[in-house]
Design a protein around this ligand. Sequence first.
Ligand code: CTP
Length: 486
Amino acid sequence: MASITIRNLDETAKRRLRERAARNGRSMEEEARLLIQELPVSRDADSNGATDGNERLHVALEEERSSGNSFAVNDYPAAGKRILLIIGGGIAAYKCLDLIRRLRERRVEVRAIMTKAAQEFITPLSVGALSAQKVFTDLFDREDEQDVGHIRLAREADLVLVAPATADLMAKMANGLVDDLASAVLLATRAPVVVAPAMNPAMWDHPATRRNLAVLKADGIRIEGPAKGEMAESGESGTGRMVDPMILVDLIGDLLDDRPKPLAGKRAVVTSGPTHETIDPVRYIANRSSGKQGHAIAAALAALGAEVILVSGPVTIPVPRDVALVEVESAREMLRAVEAALPAEIAVMVAAVADFRIARESSQKIKKNKRTTRQPLELIENPDILKTIGHHKRRPSLVVGFAAETENLVKNAQAKLESKGADWIIANDVSLSSGVRGGVMGGDRNSISLLTRTGISKWPEMSKLEVARRLAEAIVESLSTSRVEV
Ligand code: CTP
């Protein structure tokens, strides 16, 4: 079997491995060996291009993570906190039983309120048995009013989670209606509120639900999901499934994590998305960048406490939480916004900047019957933002760029590392033959190699979110003076 150097693993992998090893009473090396041996053959080296021991271990840890088995049970940031879970009336209510179990094993206290409709799907008895708490069901319960009234229930929660949130519950919340215990608590609470919707796709798409959703978001409520997939109704599928309980466990951990963040006090500027270069009032030059990778990196840096300025070209994806968004169109606007964000400790230039723009933008729509349209459009070079920042007098201490390549990946990326004055280049195979499921441009997955001044490491194919998390952790490690050794 290939050799494993645990020291070279990123922080997340080390932490996961350490927890697993501690749980099983084994050394980290032993645990790593077993994990790789358990890796199913179909997910082994060949399908991921993971040929070395560390890469295979990453694949194994990734597998475990996506199956929901390796989250930090002993080191959960929300341990000791109190969650008030409001269970709405939908078939997905059964998922709350697993959710309660997972939160409880992470030492979270879970109090539950069940709406009347929820009790048609699961019973207060099972919810009470799993939460080891009285389950609250009625607004006008004399005993409860003397004991734990709705105001106290609202106040004593560190976070309120509504799952599954039906269209009806969301409508009530958006309009401040109160006709039962759940809606009374939701109006009375000052704790952060997370809503995990679940409903039929047609209900989710309905303009009324869209309106309510916009109101809830504007009120600062965090919406998680719904996910795409098969519906309970036979033969139906679409967007409307409640997200997996582990996603909620993870989110709650993030939201209630009050431990000091490793990038607190550091500023990061991230570029993302395409640029649009105007031809005339109705036309522009663009590219296929979706902004998914850049936005995910901005979110991952913010989650680790950095003050993030996200300079983005036109995209249609949501703005990540806790980042300051600066919207731009052209490369020149992007450069101005990036320079205005300096000084910063970290710069990650992910945007697919147009290399050229039109020499003379037309102030009028170019007509096809005019002779001018037959003449080729003259292009001039745009400023290179990464190169400018890499050689800037206020250069951030860590400058990271991407290299989108369709051939000679490493050679071209190495040349960019030099010419652009970057510390790291993330080499990205964007060719259609990259083998990445769904393609890199516009897709959700990525396959990258990280080039530094001292070497190169190839990462296995993973989601863009995971690339972002791992990159953010690598940034923490490179900026910190004390390295964590295992
Ligand atoms: N970049 C930039 N400004 C530009 C062009 C690129 O900041 N005008 C940045 C990108 O955000 C990325 C890196 O430079 O971090 C490399 O971009 P890429 O498109 O791969 O390369 P180019 O520099 O455009 O070179 P080429 O098109 O020849 O591959």
